[in-house]
Design a protein around this ligand. Structure first.
Ligand code: ADP
Ligand code: GN1
Ligand code: MG
Length: 371
């Protein structure tokens, strides 16, 4: 993706319907995909109004128009439910700011797509779990999200990234990246490559079950990491699930698993010191409890039994994706230093190995809540 010029950003700001006088924009958040800014406005009463502005990543999301159709569909559906339940729809779901020509996005003169949301005030997205109860609350919120969308017409959703959690297909892409070795990095990461190749069964597990008709496809979020949820500063509850770019039919186990790989880790996703990385069983249990509660009886006993597998598959898949990107020259995930994708891949594999060592414990924890 090209750098963003000041003129390009200004063009986007000028063409979206913000209220008040523009004061400043600040690069925002730690997402790996979009370019995000906080915009500060002031109204006539000198009150501050904030917005989130994003340049969408067109090379990853190749059909931004369809993507925004999904976002509008899901957020207007959630908005209705929130209002019926007496909630605050400006804080409990994303709200798209239209462009001046009435679209949910703006295309600038260089062909880049921009969108904006109301900024969710008095809430925080965490990069790491600060208090265990926060992780429990995030689980309830992600579970609720899945429950609220249980009757959403799944057939109307566009597949914004083909085969996004098709781990089996991603395994093939990985092997190709190793074979092509475009950056000449494969020899230096033999241990990591072998780690993946030894686990083809993990890559195939859910795909094979789906092919046998043994799993249910639900409307899922598919990117349930902790920083994709806003936690209310006062109540410390998960107030709003954000980053809806990958809401698509998927597996409940994967939504559970992606949260575990990120939030139940004792270190940052890119921590270079692997001695700091473990899968914390206390956090695993809290998330299990919260997620099952949040899903409100929608999960089958089989799905609950498979939650540990979701954690392992998502962690393995994510590590494999980081390694693929490292081998291909860091073109997918944003990096802020050389070797960051390799560090990210290593934390994921350390977590997979730790989950393998703690497999019985994970199964027992889940069993406790499978009632
Ligand atoms: P990416 O796809 O790059 O991860 P996100 O949509 O997750 O982009 O946004 C990046 C970060 O910006 C989030 O982790 C969060 O901190 C912040 N953010 C995004 N949307 C909002 C919002 N509506 N209100 C407050 N903060 C937000
Ligand atoms: C990306 O967009 P963000 O930063 O929330 C990625 C996820 C990965 C995650 C790893 C669209 O999530 O799939 O699990 O990085 N999103 C996309 O941190 O590829
Ligand atoms: Mg995000």
């Amino acid at each position: 993706m090209d750098m963003i010029s000041a003129e390009q950003k200004k063009e986007a700001i000028d063409n979206l319907c913000f209220e008040g006088t523009f004061k400043e924009d600040i690069p925002w958040g730690n997402g790996h995909i979009n370019d995000t800014y906080l915009l500060i406005y002031e109204n006539e009463k000198k009150e501050t109004k904030r917005y989130i502005l994003q340049r969408m990543n067109k090379s990853i999301f190749t059909n931004p128009v369809e993507l925004m159709e999904n976002v509008i569909g899901v957020t207007s559906y959630l908005r209705k439910i929130i209002i019926e339940n007496g909630g605050n729809p400006d804080r409990e779901t994303l709200n798209v700011i239209p462009s001046k020509d009435g679209k949910p996005y703006f295309v600038d003169s260089t062909g880049e797509y921009w969108r904006a949301y109301i900024y969710i005030e008095d809430a925080t997205s965490f990069e790491q779990v600060e208090k265990p109860e926060d992780f429990y609350e995030s689980a309830v919120a992600f579970g609720n999200f899945q429950r609220l969308l249980a009757d959403y017409p799944a057939e109307t959703l566009h597949e914004t990234i083909k085969g996004f959690h098709d781990t089996k297909a991603r395994f093939e892409v990985f092997k190709k990246a190793v074979a092509e070795d475009v950056c000449g990095r494969a020899a230096s990461v033999k241990e990591e490559i072998d780690f993946v190749l030894e686990r083809e069964d993990v890559a195939n597990f859910f795909g094979d079950m789906l092919a046998r008709g043994e799993l249910i496809l639900r409307v899922t979020h598919n990117d349930t990491k902790l920083n994709n949820i806003m936690m209310d500063n006062a109540t410390r509850k998960g107030i709003c699930v954000i980053d809806l770019d990958t809401v698509m039919p998927g597996l409940a186990m994967n939504d559970f698993g992606d949260s575990i790989r990120f939030g139940a880790s004792t270190g940052a996703e890119d921590e270079p010191d692997l001695d700091k990385i473990w899968c914390d069983m206390n956090l695993f249990e809290l998330y299990t409890k919260g997620f099952i509660e949040g899903c409100g009886g929608k999960l089958t006993a089989k799905e609950i039994e498979l939650l540990p597998m979701g954690a392992k598959v998502m962690t393995f898949e994510c590590g494999m994706r980081f390694l693929t990107d490292y081998l291909q020259g860091d073109t997918y995930f944003k990096i802020h230093r050389p070797g960051q994708n390799l560090d990210r891949c290593r934390t994921q594999f350390k977590l997979v190995a730790d989950m393998e060592a703690k497999w019985e414990t994970m199964a027992e924890i889940v069993k406790k809540y499978n009632v």
